[in-house]
Design a protein around this ligand. Structure first.
Ligand SMILES: Nc1ncnc2c1ncn2[C@@H]1O[C@H](COP(=O)(O)OP(=O)(O)OP(=O)(O)O)[C@@H](O)[C@H]1O
Length: 252
């Protein structure tokens, strides 16, 4: 671990974060096939917060999310959702327990309308209204085939589809891929609004500066390990620390 990268799990943070975590990982390893890609990750998502996971390409961010959601095999450690161990549950039972997963590759049913896309994964009418409150853009296009939406609107619909399943925690993996910064900013605003709906978020985002604006706590992964655990505010203030966490050396 580097000298400037905080080894203190509560560094610069509001001390209330921690014990009442909605999602917590304790020493988690995650495999891809035979190889362990993520090693001994301990992490907490506080209630009503956005927690940000950063790291360079190949650092293991997606593998970590896949392990939490049950898509990749957890090789060691414990994962708790509202205090309940979930690491041995199959994917669908983790989802039923309140874990929503917005995977990296955005998918909508292109030939179905916006509304039909939402109805497919609905748990109640109220949730549809929540989506349209969050994304008035989608309400205006509710009868349009989803394939005709812009990239940003499709991503809103992907988020909306996760939202109608009424999750307690949402894992969101790089939803900004290929989108213009102005669209990403709009999406980040919506992610920030999720906490107002009582949803806690674990967010992977390549636009680090935008993610750090809406996040409370940040983790940086390098080679599958946590090398920074601290506040988003600290990383925002200190771009050198951010760079060093990513790459293991200060910028030249
Ligand atoms: N299915 C797989 N089988 C074997 N190795 C894999 C597989 N998927 C990913 N990896 C490897 O695991 C490592 C971490 O990949 P991962 O996709 O989790 O990183 P990431 O931080 O999400 O990167 P990116 O930002 O590029 O998505 C990489 O070295 C990658 O080559």
């Amino acid at each position: 671990m580097d000298a400037h990268v905080s080894p203190d799990p509560h560094h610069g943070l509001d001390p209330h974060i921690g014990s009442d975590a909605v999602l917590s990982l304790d020493g988690v390893g995650v495999n891809r096939g035979e190889a362990e890609i993520v090693h001994e990750v301990s992490l907490e998502v506080g209630p009503g917060t956005v927690t940000v996971v950063l790291g360079s390409n190949g650092a293991g961010k997606t593998t970590l999310m896949d392990g939490i959601a049950g898509v990749a095999q957890v090789s060691s450690g414990a994962i708790r959702l509202s205090g309940r161990p979930i690491e041995k549950l199959p994917t669908y039972r983790r989802a039923r327990a309140g874990l929503g997963y917005v995977e990296q590759s955005r998918t909508v049913f292109r030939t179905l309308t916006v509304e039909q896309n939402l109805l497919v994964s609905r748990s109640g009418q109220g949730e549809l209204d929540r989506v349209f409150t969050l994304f008035p853009e989608l309400e205006r296009r509710r009868n349009l085939q989803a394939g005709h939406l812009s990239g940003g609107e499709q991503q809103m619909l992907v988020l909306g589809r996760a939202l109608v399943a009424d999750p307690r925690v949402m894992l969101i993996d790089e939803m900004s891929m290929g989108l213009a910064p102005v669209v990403v900013r709009r999406l980040m605003g919506a992610v920030g609004d999720l906490v107002g709906l009582g949803i806690s978020v674990l967010l992977i985002e390549q636009f680090a500066a935008l993610a750090l604006e809406i996040g409370t706590r940040a983790y940086v992964l390098r080679k599958g390990r946590v090398v920074y655990d601290g506040s988003c505010a600290e990383l925002r203030r200190d771009p050198e620390l951010l760079h060093e966490s990513y790459f293991g050396a200060a910028p030249v």
